[in-house]
Design a protein around this ligand. Structure first.
Ligand code: 9YT
Length: 133
């Protein structure tokens, strides 16, 4: 059995911090589960353009609020605790956080943890003025 605690991951190689988000990798490919699991905080006031061309991802919000806009059509879905969205079509999207948003994300195939942002399909766009939250 694998047991891990987010607070034990902070500050280790299993944590990545970017200008728009920080992610703690609870499970990665090398853990052998067939999916990866991440606890990701999206920072308040940020907008991130994301396109996981090679992965399917499901995201469950446990804290905070924001929205996801699906491209190119532009449907906007509100994100709040209890909401799950699944990128079942490798959907290109904008992720916006109104407050700090804490998300639990799973990927199939699993991330190795070595993906860099562009290869990962993640392109950060800095908000001009992040809001507190
Ligand atoms: C919101 C989101 O896509 N989180 C995924 C986790 C993150 N890209 C990571 O751990 O690399």
């Amino acid at each position: 059995m694998i047991v891990r605690k987010v607070s034990d991951i902070v500050g280790t190689a299993r944590e990545i911090v970017t200008p728009n988000w920080a992610s703690r990798r609870l499970l990665l490919k090398r853990d052998g589960m067939g999916f990866s699991m991440h606890e990701t905080t999206i920072f308040a006031g940020t907008e991130t353009c994301i396109w996981y061309r090679n992965h399917l991802e499901a995201v469950f919000c446990v804290e905070g609020s924001g929205e996801v806009e699906v491209l190119p059509a532009g449907q906007v879905h509100r994100i709040e605790p209890g909401v799950m969205y699944a990128l079942d079509r490798h959907d290109h999207h904008y992720l916006r956080a109104h407050t700090n948003m804490r998300l639990v994300c799973v990927f199939n195939p699993p991330l190795t943890g070595r993906e860099v942002h562009d290869a990962d399909g993640t392109y950060p766009i800095m908000a001009e003025e992040p809001v507190a939250g």
